[in-house]
Design a protein around this ligand. Structure first.
Ligand code: ZN
Length: 292
């Protein structure tokens, strides 16, 4: 399960990533967390990043890519990863592709959690944060409470979650993400998931999209052809109880091989009989005309 997650602020991307991580044991790799962690641990890349950030500059893609490379080399990422927050533009996506190709772990799918803008606005504007434990709540689930259920601290609205700021955040996100969406769509990796509704249903859709593997056209043909045959085999195998399974399968295959043929004939035959009927109707009329 090697996945890139895309989703607006408030799309529930983080929550869904955590659930995928818990169920499939693949780490959620967030570029923000990687940076903070590297800085805190004082690794070589962390020290570089710290210097850049302290100078008020943006951390270069090379540093972030280096952190991602180190992170994916850890044993817990052997079965995959969920990349969150990176890439943010096409250049980064290209660099990431090159890196993943280099380590032999190409992306399986890019999951886009799709949520309408008005829903995002509602969700983000309703966010309240606890200053003590950092838990984020939503006013809709607090039932009027204004304090943290854990230790009673007065909840507050982060400046980022004020309505006028949210509008701008979402605009920036859309502008930034659309080229990425197009990029991954062209590569055939993009899978869009309806991100509204019950959390569990959204998770089911996420799972399905994450696990589905694109099949080459040839194998798709084979699998669709097998479906009706298997059904016939089950029926045929039940009737002749004494016969061995092999025989039953053979006859079933023969039957199923024969079956489509009459169907095809019937379909073709239908218009013919219709024509005949028309002809038959016309003939007596002609005869009648001749008689006249
Ligand atoms: Zn709290």
């Amino acid at each position: 399960m090697r996945i890139v997650l895309l989703g607006a602020p408030g799309s529930g991307k983080g929550t869904q990533a955590q659930r995928l991580q818990a169920k499939y044991g693949v780490p959620q790799v967030s570029s923000g967390d990687l940076l903070r962690d590297a800085v805190a641990r004082g690794t070589e890349l962390g020290l570089k990043a710290k210097a850049v950030m302290e100078a008020g500059q943006l951390v270069s893609d090379d540093i972030v890519l280096g952190l991602i490379r180190d992170r994916l080399a850890r044993p817990d990422a052997a079965n995959g990863f969920i990349l969150d927050g990176f890439p943010r533009n096409e250049d980064q996506a290209n660099s990431l592709n090159a890196l993943l190709k280099d380590i032999g772990q190409p992306i399986d799918a890019v999951l886009l959690l799709d949520v309408r803008r008005e829903t995002l606005m509602q969700r983000l504007a309703g966010r309240r944060t606890c200053p003590k434990c950092g838990t984020v709540y939503n006013v809709h689930s607090l039932n009027g409470a204004t304090t943290c259920p854990r230790e009673g601290a007065e909840l507050f609205q982060r400046p980022d979650d004020k309505e006028e700021v949210i509008g701008r955040r979402l605009e920036v996100y859309e502008k930034q993400t659309q080229p990425l969406i197009d990029y991954y769509a062209k590569l055939g990796l993009l899978r869009t998931i309806a991100g509204e509704g019950e959390l569990d249903s959204v998770f089911e859709r996420m799972e399905a999209a994450a696990l589905a593997k694109p099949l080459p056209p040839s194998s798709v043909k084979v699998s669709t052809a097998k479906v009706p045959r298997n059904k016939v085999v089950v029926k045929a195998a039940r009737k002749p109880a004494k016969k061995t399974k092999k025989v039953a399968v053979r006859t079933a295959k023969a039957k199923s091989a024969r079956k489509p043929a009459p169907k095809a004939k019937r379909v073709k035959a239908a218009p013919k009989t219709a024509k005949r009927a028309k002809v038959a109707k016309k003939r007596p009329a002609k005869k009648a005309a001749r008689k006249k």
